[in-house]
Design a protein around this ligand. Structure first.
Ligand SMILES: NC(=O)c1ccc[n+]([C@@H]2O[C@H](COP(=O)([O-])OP(=O)(O)OC[C@H]3O[C@@H](n4cnc5c(N)ncnc54)[C@H](OP(=O)(O)O)[C@@H]3O)[C@@H](O)[C@H]2O)c1
Length: 136
């Protein structure tokens, strides 16, 4: 399978990419450090050419509700739109355990990102928002 790891240079994304490679998958890393800005969205459809699944483990370092909402809304919308054009069939986004019970700062935007990924925007694809506790 060809898997795009959005945020594949981050803490979680690096591990996800390594595990996918070790399991024999092809991995495409989407991150600004690899020339792809998901908030801007330029070149995203081309980057997703031939990709079967996207794993979204991007993040923005902020406690601001406004900044995190702006970031997650833009990167999710751009990813889902580009996936639809590129024919990607699976979309997975990592959430945080209990995040929906902590409605402060960054967390409402993180919760909404999971909702967007289950919404009509994801129609026709298999979309899933598993959750993890914090990593050390
Ligand atoms: N860390 C944990 O313990 C934990 C636990 C549960 C859930 N999660 C969730 O997992 C996700 C990842 O967390 P993390 O700690 O691994 O984050 P992180 O280390 O801060 O990594 C963030 C990743 O997002 C990329 N990124 C940021 N802005 C971008 C943009 N505009 N366009 C493209 N890529 C962008 C970064 O790469 P560039 O800077 O190169 O763009 C980096 O690869 C988050 O949604 C978080 O809520 C994390």
């Amino acid at each position: 399978m060809r898997i795009a790891v959005a945020g594949g240079t981050g803490l979680i994304g690096t591990m996800v990419a390594e595990i996918a490679l070790a399991a024999g998958h092809q991995v495409v890393v989407l991150a600004r450090g690899r020339g792809v800005d998901l908030v801007v969205g330029d070149g995203l459809t081309a980057a997703l050419h031939g990709v079967d699944a996207v794993i979204d483990v991007t993040n923005v370092t902020t406690l601001s509700a406004k900044r995190s909402t702006t970031f997650f809304a833009a990167e999710t919308a751009n990813l889902l739109a580009a996936e639809k054009i590129a024919g990607v069939s699976h979309h997975l986004v990592l959430s945080i355990v209990g995040v929906d019970r902590a409605p402060y700062g960054y967390t409402p935007a993180s919760t909404r990102r999971s909702g967007w990924s289950r919404s009509a925007r994801c129609r026709g694809r298999s979309c899933a928002p598993p959750s993890s506790t914090r990593w050390p």
